[in-house]
Design a protein around this ligand. Structure first.
Ligand SMILES: NC(=O)c1ccc[n+]([C@@H]2O[C@H](COP(=O)([O-])OP(=O)(O)OC[C@H]3O[C@@H](n4cnc5c(N)ncnc54)[C@H](O)[C@@H]3O)[C@@H](O)[C@H]2O)c1
Length: 262
């Protein structure tokens, strides 16, 4: 167990990549907080991990509200009886559409959650992480942190911003021993991806298969692939790695792949 004796919070942990990660951190021996805006779903995940509630607890938090992030950390510290060792700022929302057709509220929502929420939650967590002996702050970013994509403009802007955030925070908190990194996946089959694709196609399964076919490795990462990299980045195996955005993209950012010949 690579995270034995550690404490961890994952935001957006009631679904998708956050849920997969909080389950994996728990399996690796960490005591965990399942944090999400959807408390009922978070409670189901926490109860599934530990019905007695000793090693897993659900807490409600809307990361776009600074005071809720502060309360999350206070309640987590009370549950752990000490500081937070691992904070995974994972919660995020999709955004798709041509910029000329998208409502201003949707642009604001993407920025409010994916960028400001990531900063607010990191700000609250860093007060606690700075008191941990092996602290790690991990952001879920996206391939759109390094590459553009049509129809994803505001989302791409928020994820590029996370790359800069990671670099600055790694310098600011390195002297306190806090490592700060981001994991940037290409599309992974989760409710968020399906929601995003369903806006432009009636056959989401076929679109996902086509996405995999277009990648150099001819496959998409799975949630398990994501959690393998997440555990590595927050564990002591990555003790000299900070300020980095690790792309998990099956080769997508390496260049232009050969088209498949049938
Ligand atoms: N799935 C993909 O293909 C993919 C690819 C690249 C990056 N990502 C990133 O991964 C992260 C998670 O995405 P996912 O695919 O697991 O999505 P998901 O929709 O399956 O899960 C997101 C979770 O975040 C929660 N959430 C939403 N707004 C919140 C808020 N304001 N405060 C707290 N919780 C909130 C939701 O309730 C949900 O449980 C996001 O940051 C996303 O940008 C996903």
């Amino acid at each position: 167990m690579r995270l034995a004796g550690m404490t961890a919070i994952v935001t957006g942990a009631a679904s998708g990549l956050g849920e997969a990660t909080v389950r994996r951190f728990h399996k690796e021996g960490a005591r965990v907080i399942v944090a999400d805006i959807d408390l009922a779903k978070a409670e189901k995940v926490a109860a599934d991990l530990d019905v007695d509630g000793k090693t897993a607890k659900a807490l409600a938090c809307d990361i776009s509200k600074s005071e809720e992030c502060e309360t999350l950390i206070d309640e987590a510290e009370a549950f752990f009886g000490g500081p937070v060792d691992i904070f995974h700022a994972n919660a995020g929302v999709a955004f798709s559409g041509n910029l000329l057709e998208i409502a201003p509220e949707k642009i604001e929502r993407a920025i409010q959650i994916n960028l400001i929420g990531a900063i607010f939650s990191a700000q609250a967590a860093l007060r606690s992480l700075s008191r941990s002996e092996k602290p790690a702050l991990l952001f879920t970013s996206s391939l759109q942190a390094v590459l553009g994509r049509p129809g994803r403009s505001a989302y791409t802007a928020t994820k590029h911003a996370i790359t800069g955030l990671v670099k600055s925070l790694s310098l600011e908190f390195g002297p306190a021993g806090v490592r700060v990194n981001a994991l940037a996946p290409v599309g992974i089959d989760t409710p968020l991806l399906r929601d995003q694709l369903s806006r432009t196609t009636d056959n989401v399964d076929a679109r996902i298969a086509a996405m995999a076919d277009n990648l150099p490795l001819r496959r998409m990462p799975t949630p398990q692939d994501f959690t393998d990299s997440a555990v590595f980045l927050v564990s002591q195996e990555a003790r000299c790695i900070t300020g980095q955005t690790l792309v998990l993209d099956c080769g997508a950012s390496a260049g232009i792949a050969e088209p498949r010949t049938r």
